[in-house]
Design a protein around this ligand. Sequence first.
Ligand SMILES: *Cc1c(COP(=O)(O)O)cnc(C)c1O
Length: 409
Amino acid sequence: MPAPAKTSTFDRFSLPDLGGHFGPYGGVFVPETLMTALQELGAAYDVARQDPVFLKELRHHLKEFAGRPTELYFAERLTQHCGGAKIYLKREDLLHTGAHKINNALGQALLARRMGKKRIIAETGAGQHGVATAAVCAKFGLKCVVYMGAVDMERQGLNVLRMRLMGAEVRSVEAGQKTLKEAINEAMRDWVTNVRETHYILGSALGSHPYPMMVRDFHRVIGQETKEQILAREGRLPDEMVACVGGGSNAIGFFFEFLEDTSVKLTGVEAGGRGIRRGDHAARFEGGKLGVLQGCKTYILQNPDGQIELTHSVSAGLDYAAIGPEHAFYRDRQRINFAYATDDDVLEAFQTCSRLEGIIPALESTHALVYGLKRAREMKKDQILVINLSGRGDKDVDQVAKILGGKVG
Ligand SMILES: *Cc1c(COP(=O)(O)O)cnc(C)c1O
């Protein structure tokens, strides 16, 4: 399919096309047995997103259950520390269950209920998406099965307990690397088998159409609030916005409202791990190539034979070989820039933010902080930088203490 004509503005609402393409990226790559389910989901979502009753219900639960709107917080001491641009943090870490993931889990659970599906499945890596899904399933009385790699279950024991406490069944996946990729395979296998009564709540702006679009839409509220809040506070748009990018859901939700405001620089930060060497990182735009993984055509870390590379990041939530297709599209258009942060720099910024602001950021979100703090130093004092703090770091405290050998603080 031909790439859309280049225009000076970005018509963010024209994407994706009906087949789920963002230019050459995205699409639908699934077994025949799932085509009907995806079409049914796409049709149901298309009606729901234009239905004022659905949207009102979603807004209600986002407020009452999830705790929206979240604050746009002026980080005074981080600003002083850097000595440049004014730094604001969008506080998604304050949401119920601790990260932005609840926005999407709520939206999809409401959609599943509308579609008459009584059983929910999900995959989870670090466990944050599993916890958000377990919470909404408990709230709406839906049966919940979460697939999680055996290695991740061991690393994220607390989240496994949280899910079980809220009534979810957590199924251990023993295949391959025993992490997120294998958990997604297992969830897709379950969906093929139980598709009639089951909805699959996918946790990032990834997979086959309509997921990348639908997950993005459920997170757009982040950017919508940010725009209102910064205009009320500063009377103008920010100069730059920064978010971390795993699959890309918090970033695209944060950026979407600003895509056509070309004075606002948008930067996504990937996981640089131990450095940009094969197997040591998860920065898909540093050495990744076009390919298909788990339903979606996009940039993927793979070897010359097309085998998926091992990935590494200190933050489990960014440790995945593929990036959301919409990010690849806007990177080609030079509308979203990409950078990466290494584990070492992340561990330092994790402590800096905790010490200076009294806010313990998720290791994922800290990738955005690393780049944001560096940029703030380079920017002028009258400039404004907004960082999306996608989640809180309580879940990471144990891991960081272990890595630092007890030398926290
Ligand atoms: C899961 C997670 C991410 C990464 O997912 P995206 O889809 O890229 O947003 C980032 N931050 C936190 C706190 C997460 O839990």
